[in-house]
Design a binder for this molecule. Structure first.
Ligand code: SF4
Length: 371
């Protein structure tokens, strides 16, 4: 059986022509899957019954169900614990002045072991398919009619087709949930192809952000694709010595190699890279660290996003606001564009992966824990 939500437009065209149907049927199928959030072939009422039966016999549509949903009282952020077949993942919808953003997961769990991340705690379970990434976006957009919780939520009305009457417009998609997107490289690229397709959601590449802990070979490979997406690097340290304490990947790819890959990326794409830097008291937040960081990033087309830690977690504790501002001002003095991130959804919180940890029976992976 083929996962039709992960198939690209030309593969669906191939499927249709193999069945002896005209090519325009591919547009109709793609529209049902990627604009209307159809969950069964029966819903595709403008297709002939013979084609629907044929699709049913050879393909399936990825199903997503909302296990839990949290709504922030402060800022309308919604966080979802989703079940995708045998895996639990999280995604978040955030409301900004310029439109809605969805943060999606690319893997169930993660192999990278970053010390500050809840996704790392239960190890790696499996990669998600491109269709499973799309399904998270469609759930957040409200075009899926299969969310049991949505059906119960007050104020949600459905038209006579069963879709939510007013789907939320999704403007930005951020690949920053559970998992390392570049460790699931092919599915991530395919997801970008699907979500930007003019017959589907048609989201601009410039409104898609891929976040990585710094997989150097994949950054080179991504650069060669010359996409116009945004690349964010989780840096979090001004030196290898500090980075190795919190991000095991730093032992494989030291900063010299990482920054060189970033330079190559900016040369190929002409896109500015964002460096994510979470400040933790006493670890990476003193003025000397800011000066090291400015030196490391000197001359690179980039931007630094400073992330305040809200609560103590393990060995990480919040940096006082005043020290964050001093850190930012040192970077700016050295001509490194810098912002301090606004935190959304604090009351429903959570570092990515925390909801998923409740489902340990699924989240624990024999591959990781057997080592
Ligand atoms: S921060 Fe990202 S790369 Fe690191 S463990 Fe968490 S999900 Fe994986």
């Amino acid at each position: 059986m083929k996962d039709i939500l992960s198939m690209n437009f030309s593969e669906i065209e191939g499927l249709v022509t193999e069945s002896g149907q005209p090519k325009y049927r591919a547009e109709q199928i793609f529209d049902w899957l990627h604009r209307r959030g159809a969950k069964s072939f029966d819903e595709m009422e403008n297709l002939p019954k013979t084609l629907r039966n044929e699709l049913e016999n050879h393909c399936y549509i990825t199903n997503v169900s909302v296990e839990e949903k949290f709504l922030s009282k402060n800022d309308e952020t919604e966080k979802y614990l989703l079940k995708l077949g045998d895996a639990y993942v999280e995604s978040v919808r955030m409301k900004y002045k310029h439109g809605n953003s969805v943060c999606i997961s690319t893997q169930a769990g993660c192999k990278m072991g970053c010390k500050f991340c809840a996704s790392a705690e239960s190890g790696f379970y499996r990669n998600l398919s491109a269709g499973e990434m799309c399904a998270q976006v469609y759930n957040a957009a409200g075009i899926s009619r299969h969310s049991a919780l949505d059906a119960k939520s007050p104020g949600i009305t459905e038209d006579n087709r069963g879709f939510r009457a007013k789907p939320a417009e999704i403007r930005n998609v951020v690949l920053m949930g559970c998992g390392e997107p570049l460790d699931n490289f092919d599915a991530t690229l395919r997801f970008i192809e699907l979500i930007t397709h003019p017959n589907g959601m048609n989201i601009s590449q410039r409104n898609i952000t891929v976040s990585t802990c710094g997989l150097v070979p994949q950054i080179h490979a991504l650069a060669k694709k010359e996409l116009q997406i945004n690349l964010a690097i989780s840096l979090h340290a001004p030196t290898d010595e500090i980075r190795e304490k919190i991000m095991p990947i730093a032992k494989t790819f030291p900063q010299r190699e990482l920054i060189s890959a970033c330079r190559f990326y900016t040369e190929k794409t002409r896109r500015r890279i964002t460096f994510e830097y979470a400040l933790s008291k006493g670890l990476n937040d003193i003025p000397a660290h800011a000066k090291f960081l400015a030196k490391l990033l000197h001359g690179l087309l980039c931007h630094v996003n400073l992330i305040p830690i809200n609560k103590a977690r393990g060995n990480f504790s919040p940096t006082p606001r005043r020290d964050i501002e001093i850190f930012a001002s040192i970077l700016k003095e050295k001509n490194i564009p810098t912002t301090i991130r606004r935190s959304l959804g604090n009351d429903i919180n959570a570092a990515c992966g925390q909801l998923r940890l409740r489902r340990k029976e699924i989240a624990i992976c024999p591959f990781h824990h057997g080592k």
